[in-house]
Design a protein around this ligand. Structure first.
Ligand SMILES: Cc1cc2nc3c(=O)[nH]c(=O)nc-3n(C[C@H](O)[C@H](O)[C@H](O)COP(=O)(O)OP(=O)(O)OC[C@H]3O[C@@H](n4cnc5c(N)ncnc54)[C@H](O)[C@@H]3O)c2cc1C
Length: 286
């Protein structure tokens, strides 16, 4: 938490993570979504987009059906809200869903599910092959039977996750959908006798060696951080030291440029005051 603004981390940027992230960000939370791959490209990309609580209800799912139906009832409003906020049409279609049986065996199975779903109160229409083809002339001529479910609908799931990603970012929930797996950090551990000072432009570090030579480490386009580190190779045990760190994301930065250059003799430096003398160094609790 920072102040009264809750900070939320969401692991996974599929339809669920993006939708939750969006709602939380819109409600004023600070939200980061950590996604190991490309947001929206998991199951949410592979799906068929059916919103079919009725025609997909299986025996044993009576309680789930009630919940699914409740959720499905919220879809028209949700789709309209996502479209209005993103400017992306999510392809919500409400003309109903038809399940078809190609053979008599398929028809027997379809009938079994039809009877069960009707017992739950699902509104369904049993169609002969001929009736089904009258409604959908491109279906196979040998069709055995079909069931029409007027209240089962669909959405274009790929458009949906694209739109959700946009509204999440627009809601200012997080700086971006972060790709956790492509994040990298290059670390340059310094010897404790090297005095390091980060340059004010944030892209370089001035290094002063014990022999007073001055070198400049440059990250060029990349930001360079100076962080604490531990030197373990000394005979007198662990010692505090510093490390130069360059961070990035491999998807956006496929290469990192850095260089180390010796400054001309007599270059003024304030590095001398930047690191404490060795005797003053606090012992690390290792
Ligand atoms: C072939 C297929 C067809 C389907 N058809 C339908 C359908 O017609 N109708 C329907 O309602 N449902 C359908 N589903 C189910 C539906 O796709 C899922 O229920 C839904 O997409 C789940 O959303 P999600 O956000 O939980 O998962 P996902 O979309 O898979 O998102 C999870 C994300 O988390 C990321 N992730 C995982 N682990 C980590 C980690 N450790 N760190 C960072 N990121 C991580 C993944 O990379 C992924 O992007 C179908 C599923 C499949 C596979």
């Amino acid at each position: 938490m920072s102040g009264s603004r809750p900070h939320v981390a969401v692991i996974g940027g599929g339809v669920i993570g993006l939708a939750i992230g969006w709602r939380l960000a819109a409600a004023g939370c600070s939200v980061d979504i950590f996604e190991r791959g490309a947001a929206g490209h998991g199951a949410s990309w592979a799906a068929a987009g059916m919103l079919a609580a009725g025609i997909e209800a299986e025996p044993g799912e009576a309680l789930l059906y009630a919940l699914n139906r409740l959720s499905q009832g919220m879809w028209p409003g949700f789709a309209a809200e996502v479209e209005a906020a993103s400017g992306i049409a999510v392809g919500y279609r409400d003309e109903g869903t038809m399940a078809v049986a190609l053979t008599r065996d398929d028809a027997a199975q379809l009938r079994f599910h039809y009877d069960f779903q009707r017992s739950l109160g699902v509104e369904l229409e049993w169609l002969s092959g001929t009736e089904a083809r009258r409604r959908e002339p491109h279906l196979h001529p040998g069709l055995a039977a079909a069931v029409f479910s007027p209240r089962d609908h669909q959405v274009d799931n790929r458009r949906l996750v694209t739109a959700l990603r946009r509204v999440f970012l627009d809601a200012g929930g997080g700086p971006q959908v972060r790709a956790a797996q492509d994040a990298f950090a290059l670390r340059f551990h310094l010897h404790p006798t090297v005095k390091a000072t980060r340059l004010s432009d944030g892209h370089g570090v001035m290094l002063m060696l014990p022999n007073k030579e001055v070198w400049t480490f440059s990250g060029h386009e990349d930001q360079v951080e100076l962080e604490d580190s531990v030197y373990l190779a000394g005979s007198e045990g662990p010692r505090r030291t510093a490390q130069i760190v360059i961070r990035g994301h491999a998807r956006t930065a496929s290469r990192v440029q850095w260089s180390l250059q010796q400054a001309p003799a007599g270059t003024p430096t304030s590095a001398g005051s930047s690191r404490r003398a060795r005797e003053d160094e606090p012992r690390l609790p290792l």
